[in-house]
Every structure is written in structure tokens, then in C-alpha cells.
Design a protein around this ligand. Structure first.
Ligand code: RB5
Length: 147
């Protein structure tokens, strides 16, 4: 899969180890920054990954900030995005199985490197189950204002 990856300054420390895990599993990386620990605005980087998903330049996304929260709030404003903030493996699996989430948002002030890798590995090990979950995802993506 092609993974678009970005972070802000608070998530920067997680980027290299998580990219290494994705690469080791054969995924292609589209690295959209940031490239250092200097303070930046997380919405700019969430937008880059969200647009890569919407345009088809990437299949999946990984966003890293202090909490994973602002990244998800921002990314979910863009078409085609289902971004989730996850801090443990069970939710990571469910986000793929039931929600067909396509951007994983992690918080480097919440999770250490080992815990973040645990969440990412759980996410990578799962697929969307479809069926009744497809109907529900379609409800979200097609006309949420009609719900
Ligand atoms: C940056 O201080 C912090 O607000 C950001 O990394 C993130 O946690 C926002 O949701």
C-alpha cells in the first residue's frame, strides 16, 4: 500500500520508527513532513495527508502529533477521509474491521514508541470486513447530512 505520512513537531520523534515499520512490511511511503522538531501548525500537515487520500496519491495515511486529536479533527474535514485517533490495539483493529478507517492518528505525548508500534501493527494486521459495515460506512461518506 502507499502510505502518506506526516507529523507536527510533537509527533516528529515517532515518524522515523513508524515509517521504518511500514517500509519493512513493504509499504511505499509518501513523506509529507514535517522534517524536524521546530514548531509547526498541525492542520497544515493533516491537510497534506488528507488531500493525498482524496486525490488517490495514497491509499492510507499516518498522522502523528502530540495527542493524535487535532490531526484527526482536521483530516476528517476532507473528502474521502476516515481518520481515527487510537491509543490501543483493540481500537486499531476495530477501526479497520468496522470503520474502514484510512488514516491512523497517533499521539506521541500519549504513546511511547513501543506502544505506538503496537497500535500500528494491530492496524496493519486487519482488513475491512464489509457487509453491514459497508452500509454504515456508505451512510457516513455519501450523505451524512441526511442521517
Ligand atoms: C502541539 O502543541 C499539539 O497541540 C499538537 O501536537 C496536537 O496534540 C494537537 O492536537
Amino acid at each position: 500500500m502507499r502510505y502518506a505520512v506526516a507529523c507536527d513537531h510533537a509527533g516528529y520523534q515517532l515518524k522515523a520508527p513508524l515509517v521504518a515499520e511500514l517500509t519493512a512490511r513493504g509499504h511505499e511511503i509518501l513523506d509529507l513532513g514535517t522534517d524536524g522538531p521546530e514548531s509547526v501548525d498541525y492542520p497544515v500537515f493533516a491537510a497534506k495527508v488528507a488531500r493525498a487520500i482524496g486525490s488517490g496519491d495514497a491509499d492510507m495515511g499516518l498522522l502523528l502529533c502530540g495527542t493524535g486529536l487535532g490531526m484527526a479533527v482536521t483530516a476528517n474535514k476532507f473528502p474521502g477521509v476516515r481518520a481515527v485517533t487510537v491509543s490501543e490495539a483493540f481500537s486499531a483493529r476495530m477501526a479497520r474491521n468496522h470503520n474502514d478507517a484510512n488514516i491512523l492518528c497517533l499521539g506521541a505525548r500519549v504513546l511511547g514508541e513501543g506502544a505506538a508500534l503496537d497500535v500500528l501493527r494491530a492496524w496493519l494486521g486487519e482488513v475491512f470486513e464489509g457487509g453491514r459495515h459497508q452500509r454504515r460506512v456508505d451512510m457516513i461518506m455519501e450523505a451524512p447530512e441526511c442521517l
